[in-house]
Design a protein around this ligand. Structure first.
Ligand code: ATP
Length: 363
């Protein structure tokens, strides 16, 4: 059978463990040797104990656990060719030429580059007597498949990234908790949620929690939005509401591209409406805790699909990302999706919000 390895890279997200479990077990079920690479690309570069053969029970009891049991890291070494050369040598020595990368667009870009360079890396290893001619022959191709783990749901090419639904649950729980205390004291809470340049978490959480106002990067408010916000909150108070919830995406910006800070919004409400207003920044609790049922099932499906994609890959097939389209798991070209994701970031930076939304919507 083939040998494959899985690693997690970039920021962690709930559901990564469920994906690991599915990859290990699907791999073993299909007769593969499955290796776990600890600490992301750093473990691949350092080798040794960072690369370990998994068995069925290596991934017991982790389906719901948040984070990633094999660790994740940012790795500067892998960004340079000498680091990738070491990584290639380690993989060849372990007999691995199939990789599942669970990470964000940076990690997937690295994986793609690694695949493109693979034959030249092996050539260099051969010329410097670090591998044998048989090894080069045997492992002449590197197959990679990506899974997107990110609470932000900011990747073009999949309807949902692994972790976004769990983060949403965490946010809703926090809003529900805040609502009870806000009600008692007739307060307004400005709640800041994660998502980087993507407003998905703020928007979906706002819909699910009956928020009074939502601010997302994709829809920067027009000048004078402060008046509209205050008017809306005032109307609500006059009609008997005892509390307000304003949800702000951490990447929220105005029409000029300047960040809209939670404290600024709080001060506006406090000073103009004389409502007792507080800020709650949810932070990393959104990325912690157990995975939701949806993320466990999604990651399990994607993990199983990733193994099938690897085993079906031919030397000239393009790397893919396993994605969700509607309710169906499918494959999309890895680099195309990464490039689209980067194009969205660029459109946002250029303040071309229409284009950003179009790019996102078309994938
Ligand atoms: P997140 O979206 O959660 O931050 P990410 O995968 O985008 O995840 P990055 O920090 O961008 O996170 O990348 C993780 C690691 O992937 C980097 O530390 C580096 O080792 C590797 N990597 C990223 N970009 C490249 C690249 N262009 N070439 C080689 N390796 C890269």
């Amino acid at each position: 059978g083939s040998s494959l390895a899985v690693f997690t890279s970039g920021g962690d997200a709930q559901g990564m463990n469920a994906a690991l479990r599915a990859i290990v077990r699907m791999g073993i079920y299909l007769g593969c040797k499955v290796y776990l690479i600890y600490e992301g690309y750093q473990g691949m570069v350092d080798g040794g104990k960072n690369i370990q053969l998994a068995n069925w029970y290596s991934v017991s009891g982790i389906i719901g656990a948040g984070g990633t049991i094999i660790g994740s890291a940012r790795c500067m070494d892998f960004k340079e060719r000498p680091g990738r050369l070491k990584a290639a040598k380690n993989l060849v020595k372990f007999g691995i030429n199939n990789l599942v990368c669970i990470g964000g667009d940076g990690s997937l870009t690295g994986a793609n580059l690694f695949k493109e360079e693979w034959s030249s890396l092996l050539q260099e290893l051969l010329e410097t007597d670090q591998i044998t001619a048989e090894e080069r022959e045997k492992y002449s191709f590197l197959n990679i498949v990506g899974l997107v783990g990110s609470i932000d749901n900011d990747f073009c090419g999949t309807d949902m990234t692994i972790g976004a639904d769990s983060a949403l649950h965490r946010i809703i729980e926090a809003v529900d908790a805040i609502v009870t205390t806000a009600f008692s004291h007739q307060r307004c809470f400005v709640m800041e949620v994660m998502g980087r340049h993507c407003g998905y978490l703020a928007l979906a959480a706002g819909l699910a929690s009956d928020a009074d106002w939502i601010m997302i990067p994709e829809n920067p408010p027009e000048k004078g939005w402060e008046d509209k916000l205050c008017k809306r909150l005032a109307v609500q108070r006059e009609s008997g509401h005892r509390l307000n919830i304003v949800l702000i995406a951490e990447g929220a910006i105005d029409r000029d591209g300047n960040p809209i800070k939670s404290d600024y919004v709080k001060d506006i409400i406090k000073n103009r409406l004389k409502i007792d207003t507080r800020v709650t920044v949810l932070g990393h609790v959104q990325r912690g805790g157990s995975a939701s049922a949806f993320d466990r099932v999604l990651a399990t499906r994607m993990g199983a699909e990733a193994v099938l994609a690897l085993l079906n890959a031919t030397p000239d097939s393009e790397p893919v990302v396993v994605s969700l389209n509607g309710n169906v798991t499918c494959h999309v070209p890895l680099m195309e999706s990464v490039e689209k994701t980067k194009a969205v970031a660029k459109a946002m930076a250029d303040k071309d919000f229409q284009r950003a939304v179009e790019l996102r919507g078309s994938s």
